[in-house]
Design a protein around this ligand. Structure first.
Ligand code: ADP
Ligand code: SF4
Length: 588
């Protein structure tokens, strides 16, 4: 079976010479394989197309996908948005008393599946011109658990609750203070109980637009879990939370799952691993098609995902496996110091920050960990000379390029226009194209309007803009937010390689342990009392940095026997206690 997809947001039919039509060998012999649709975009006949792939290569905007799929998928088409549009094959099934995880790249149908499972979208089974009725859909699934599930959803016998992905959009749609919002959903617990459980007590009377990302996330999770429902969908429940809060949130979800059905989309693999029982890996091509694979036990699912190969399906979806080192990298850096600092302090009145003695080396990527509001950004601003320290010394003032935690871009125009306007020379150089634009997957975004970008696309653009600036030190504040697991690994490698090759340095604040493991040469650890007293120490080598950081949040990791990837230990388990007594929280 062959499918042809025209990515509508990439196709620039007014800017090109209709290369797809001109070069299609069938068109040249008079076979009408490509016609022109209503909006002037090409329509490729899947019945006629021979799959030569010439149009795919000729399209200068990379807007066409011609993909051969296994024939057996034909009968498992769940939904198709239109002609030459995205197709979803198979669905995951929520199970009682279990947490079902969904793991796969962005733009591959996870949200579509959740919309179908929650009853807000009726699957058309591929018939987008005359969509089937609910009855026909149920007939299609006759005799399966999916039929039972969907018929209960359609009959209102199953109630669903959904935590949406983009919590930073909440203040735009919901007005008022936290207390008002939570007051309306006191079904499974009271406002006070929820406030305590989700650490919201201090912000109950705060307006939503004054909340941090982490607070918005906890608020959205609280509001969802307070509802009385049968199935709960959580789309990225932990972005913007620090690791301590991530593990805490995972425990709350586990408690809920003891009596309810829970489905979770989560890109932090350490958290997904700790949280889910079964995981459905989704593979496919962004914007073109997605296939839900059978539920696997969580450990196996993450291992095959990292390996890039699904043995049962015989599908390779990544060229090479993602690997972890069980022992820390050697800490003996040969390069000189870029900057040294010694007992730097800053007092803002309400907030006091103290930094120990340390240095950042040329070419080094420093992972920066610790709770929010402990002074990480303030410290980097002092390095930049934007904020004057009250005490201590910093031996050099550096040019800093900064990617903030929350990105909003109101810029008019396309991604390419914005990149060219910011740093034309750099962005168009072969070096930058190969080292940044390609691995971050920006090529396909160039013609998109900046204001239409999704959260993950915006994140990749912001990271690119940050790297395109000329600076001595690059600061990335939570670059992993809204990126899928694959993009996180690519981003980590990109940042680290750029620093090595250009001899600049980076500080990367993040909470995703796998991401930190991949991006960091060393670690700076922040602690203290958030919002009141921050203490920053390091950079330390990876072993010491991880140990100090994880000891503070009381979490240990063991290693997977096959892949060496880190896995969160159950608190008070034999390994947890044994590792704590040895002081080894992360490396074996
Ligand atoms: P994910 O949740 O995995 O990121 P989605 O389910 O949101 O993926 O989307 C999968 C693909 O379906 C997207 O790339 C998009 O192109 C397409 N899509 C989503 N909604 C629509 C729609 N209403 N009309 C047409 N295409 C859509
Ligand atoms: Fe024509 Fe199909 Fe070849 Fe594209 S892949 S050029 S539509 S035959």
């Amino acid at each position: 079976m062959r499918i042809a997809v025209v990515l509508q947001d990439r196709c620039q039919n007014r800017k090109c010479n209709h290369e797809c039509e001109r070069f299609c060998p069938l068109m040249r012999t008079g076979v009408e394989c490509i016609t022109w649709g209503e909006r002037g975009k090409p329509v490729i006949s899947e019945a006629l197309c021979q799959g030569c792939g010439i149009c795919v290569n000729k399209c200068q905007f990379d807007a066409i996908r011609i993909i051969g799929l296994a024939d057996e998928l034909k009968t498992e088409l769940i939904h198709q948005y239109g002609e030459n549009s995205f197709r979803l094959y198979r669905l995951p099934l929520p199970r009682k008393g279990m947490i079902t995880g969904i793991l796969g790249p962005n733009g591959i149908g996870k949200t579509t599946a959740i919309r179908i499972l929650s009853g807000s979208e009726i699957p058309n089974l591929g018939d987008y011109t005359a969509p089937p009725s609910k009855e026909k859909v149920l007939e299609h699934f006759a005799g399966t658990d999916m039929q039972t599930y969907l018929s209960d959803v359609y009959a209102g016998k199953i109630k669903v609750a959904l935590k949406p992905q983009y919590v930073d959009k909440l203040p735009a749609t919901v007005k008022g203070v936290v207390r008002d919002l939570l007051g309306k959903v006191q079904e499974r617990m009271t406002l006070e109980e929820a406030a305590g459980m989700f650490e919201l007590t201090e912000v109950l009377d705060r307006e939503l637009d004054k909340l941090s990302g982490g607070e918005l996330q906890r608020l959205a999770m609280a509001a969802t879990m307070m509802k009385e429902a049968d199935v709960y969908f959580f789309d990225e429940p932990t972005s913007y939370l620090d690791i301590y809060q991530r593990v805490r949130m995972a425990r709350l979800i586990k408690t809920l799952a003891a009596e309810k059905q829970v489905v979770v989309i989560e890109h932090d693999l350490a958290v997904l691993d700790y949280l889910a029982d079964n995981v459905n890996v989704v593979y496919g091509t962004e914007g073109a098609y997605g296939v839900f694979t059978m539920a696997r036990q969580v450990r196996t699912a993450i291992n095959v995902y990292l390996d890039g190969y699904l043995p049962e399906e015989n599908i390779r979806f990544r060229d090479r496996p993602i690997e972890f080192e069980a022992s820390p990298p050697r800490g003996d850096w040969k390069t000189a110091d870029l900057v040294e600092f010694d007992h730097v302090t800053k007092d803002f009145g309400g907030f006091r920050l103290e930094i120990g003695k340390g240095s950042v080396k040329i070419g080094e990527s420093v992972g920066v960990v610790g709770p929010n509001a402990t002074g990480k950004t303030t410290f980097v601003k002092m390095l930049a000379g934007v904020i004057e320290p009250d005490g201590g010394s910093i031996d050099a003032r550096m040019k800093v390029s900064y990617k903030p935690q929350y990105i909003s871009m109101e810029a008019e125009g396309t991604v390419q226009e914005l990149l060219y306007a910011s740093a034309y020379e750099t962005v168009t150089s072969n070096f930058f194209q190969g080292e940044v634009i390609a691995p971050l997957g920006l090529k396909g975004l160039m013609e998109k309007e900046v204001r239409n970008l999704s959260g993950g696309e915006l994140q990749r653009l912001a990271i690119t803009l940050c790297l395109a600036n000329d600076a001595d030190i690059y600061l990335f504040d939570e670059p992993s937010a809204y990126l899928d697991s694959n993009q996180r690994m690519n981003t980590a490698k990109t940042i680290r390689r750029m620093m090595e090759k250009t001899g600049r340095s980076a500080m990367v604040v993040d909470h995703d342990i796998y991401f930190l493991d991949m991006v960091s040469d060393s670690m700076m650890v922040f602690g203290g009392t958030p919002g009141q007293h921050g203490i920053g120490e390091g950079p330390f080598d990876m072993r010491e940095g991880m140990n100090r950081f994880l000891a503070a949040v009381d979490i240990t990791f063991r290693r997977d026997t096959e892949t060496h990837r880190p896995r969160i230990n159950k608190p008070e388990s034999r390994l947890d206690r044994e590792q704590k007594s040895r002081g080894e929280y992360y490396y074996a």
